[in-house]
Design a protein around this ligand. Sequence first.
Ligand SMILES: *Cc1c(COP(=O)(O)O)cnc(C)c1O
Length: 349
Amino acid sequence: MYAIATISQSALLHNFSVVKKYAPQAKIVAMIKANAYGHHIDLVIPLLENADVLAVSELKEAKKLREITDKPILLLSGVYSSEELQQAIDLNCHCVVHHTSQITLINNTTQALNVWLKADTGMHRLGLSSGQYQECLSSFKTNPLINITCIMSHFACADKRNHPMNQMQFEAFNTLTDNKNNRSMANSAAILSLSKSLFDKVRPGIMLYGASPFTDNDFTLKPVMQLCAPIISIKVLQAGESVGYDSTWIAGKQTTVVTIGIGYGDGYPRGARNGTPVLISGTLCPLVGRVSMDMIAVDIGNKKVSIGDKAILWGDKRLRVETIAQYSNTISYELLSNVSARVSVISGQ
Ligand SMILES: *Cc1c(COP(=O)(O)O)cnc(C)c1O
């Protein structure tokens, strides 16, 4: 008995249609990095027939992806050596140029290359300043092998609706890229809340997987991953008895506590606090005590359950991964992408 993550095909297709609804004119660059946010690329790619481009962070991911698809692959951090450039060309990747150290390297290409220029409009992580952007443009303009496919930038605070950074970055991007057709700025949060930033290519990640970047609205997104694990022990505790490491939870009255076969070794967050909901035969029951490597304990009161019954940890409309993220002081992105190799990930309806 072990933990299983089921990937809902219909939910992913539905979420893709939500992207289309919010950005009907835009091309869709589906974010597939980190093994499709933990959903496994081999299960997800067949459902993304209508995506225009697939984006990953690293060559290693691009390589895996190329084995299963002919679609354009965007390499989000670009290349850092001539060997990497050659590999990117062999895999027919589009390369992001985000740093001036990549200019000479890219200019030495011996084959035609699609390049996405990444501008830094305020996030200050990756991206060219406006001076560097101009330098890049003029350098690449004279190279017939380089096709500047798109100008992109990334929002720092798109999940905070009225954050002043959003307007600032939007304006900086607009000024820099005036009258250019091929532009991309919007991640999921911007797709759902900043329609003027859609431009002609959008980059949805988390919303494809059915988690909302906002705490106050799920935008009808449907959870794609359902994480389940079996009940492996049932005990009746008396008032005053504790459960788990460090005895952080003590029963206030007689109650039934079940042990579920999932823990931080599977990617269930160790930070999940007492009271984090777990769905057991239709009822939300509170997690009690510390999360261990292989198991958690849940107070089910006087419910009747059996060994082997399955508990849902997240991925149900009554128990979204966003809720678990709140209870464990993190974000849905981290929980989904942290599901470990020990968990079987399977395809479902
Ligand atoms: C991951 C990523 C996205 C997608 O962000 P979500 O919030 O998951 O929609 C978009 N753009 C870039 C550059 C990214 O790295």
